[in-house]
Design a binder for this molecule. Structure first.
Ligand SMILES: [Zn+2]
Length: 362
């Protein structure tokens, strides 16, 4: 069964759950089965919200920003983090345990979510002049300890939620690249969106991975050569044979495990996976644009959030095509490179070469 038809952006893809259902013992099978059901109910929730025609945001914050704009203070970006404790229950958002400016709580999950959201906010604000998820100072709402032993994290259209993991397959989800990945799904949604199906869905996933890795690299002061290019490093349980959920440097090599199976990501169009599961392989074929970004960074050197990040961000703001294919996206990044660095620039030539190397001609 397909897990998410609507844009519920989970970090753990359904193909991993499928393999767990097939290979796991009784308790693992039960866990995988219940995760699929949970995704369905989250989906229905989301459908109910979108039925109202608006994605609710905090009206108060919007009003504040409008006032600030009216007063000519458009530059002022204000971070408004709200971390809730789900208390291992399903209800969202749960109890507010740390608001903006509050001291650390001592609960590692709460404090990592808080600090991580700050790193993401700062990346978008300082490098891309974007004021939070929607560009208008939207509060960053996160729930930790979501459900009991829950093996996933997601953006549901309004907020992030993170399970604690079951301690065996996953040990946490409040890891910086995961936090930044989920928040970046919100940025995609508020930038015109990329439909969560097929190639546009894989581009949505890839954008979230690119900005997830970028946030981590920036917070650790790593240039493109120092970075490990892993998404979800350290979230796998101690006995799982793998290093992360995905590798942008070497898609298809993040894990190889009796229970989780083999990382199925391709790095080239020749190995593009045609499938009806995972919304048409959104977490699988994202390996191709992920690898193009990585290769481009290797050509340019420096920091990912500088020239490559600027091009990717501009492309997202300009594409205006929720059904974009890989080819459409690559062409949009080429336009952005010309706009930012000039026709015939080194940045433009190397970008064309990076896309060609993954089998996309522009
Ligand atoms: Zn995702």
């Amino acid at each position: 069964m397909c897990m998410c038809h609507n844009p519920i952006n989970c970090i753990v893809p359904p193909h991993m759950l499928d393999v767990m259902m097939l290979r796991g013992d009784k308790s693992v099978r039960k866990m995988a089965e219940s995760l699929m059901k949970v995704s369905d109910s989250v989906r229905e929730d989301r459908a109910a919200h979108s039925g109202s025609g608006v994605v609710p945001t905090a009206a108060g914050a919007g009003t504040f920003v409008s006032r600030a704009l009216a007063l000519g203070a458009a530059d002022a970006h204000t971070c408004d983090r709200r971390v809730h404790d789900g208390d291992e229950k399903a209800a969202l958002p749960g109890n507010l345990v740390r608001g903006e400016g509050d001291a650390a709580t001592g609960d590692e999950e709460v404090d990592r979510a808080y600090d991580g959201a700050g790193d993401v906010f700062n990346l978008y604000s300082e490098e891309f002049d974007r004021n939070s998820i929607d560009g208008f100072g939207m509060p960053i709402v996160q729930t930790v300890h979501h459900r009991r032993n829950y093996n996933n994290a997601f953006w549901n259209g309004e907020q992030m939620a993170y399970g604690d993991g079951d301690g065996e397959i996953f040990q946490t989800f409040t890891e910086l690249s995961v936090i930044a990945h989920e928040i970046s799904h919100g940025v995609v949604q508020h930038s015109g969106g990329l439909i969560y199906q097929g190639q546009s869905g894989a581009l949505n996933e890839s954008y979230a991975d690119v900005f997830g890795a970028m946030t981590q690299q920036r917070s650790q002061g790593q240039d493109v050569y120092q970075a490990d290019w892993l998404v979800g490093k350290g979230i796998l349980g101690p006995n799982i044979n793998g290093v992360a959920l995905r590798s942008m440097k070497a898609p298809g090599t993040a894990y190889s495990d009796a229970l989780l199976g083999q990382d199925p990501q391709p790095y080239h169009m020749d190995f593009y996976v045609n499938t009806t599961s995972d919304n048409g392989g959104v977490h699988i074929n994202s390996g191709i644009p992920n690898h193009a970004f990585y290769l481009y960074c290797m050509y340019l050197g420096g920091n990912a959030w500088e020239r490559p990040g600027q091009i990717w961000y501009k492309a997202l703001q300009k594409i205006n095509n929720p059904h974009a294919t890989f080819g459409d996206w690559a062409a949009q990044t080429l336009d952005a490179s010309i706009e930012l660095y000039g026709a015939g620039s080194y940045e433009m030539m190397m970008l064309r070469r990076a896309w060609n190397l993954v089998g996309i001609d522009i």
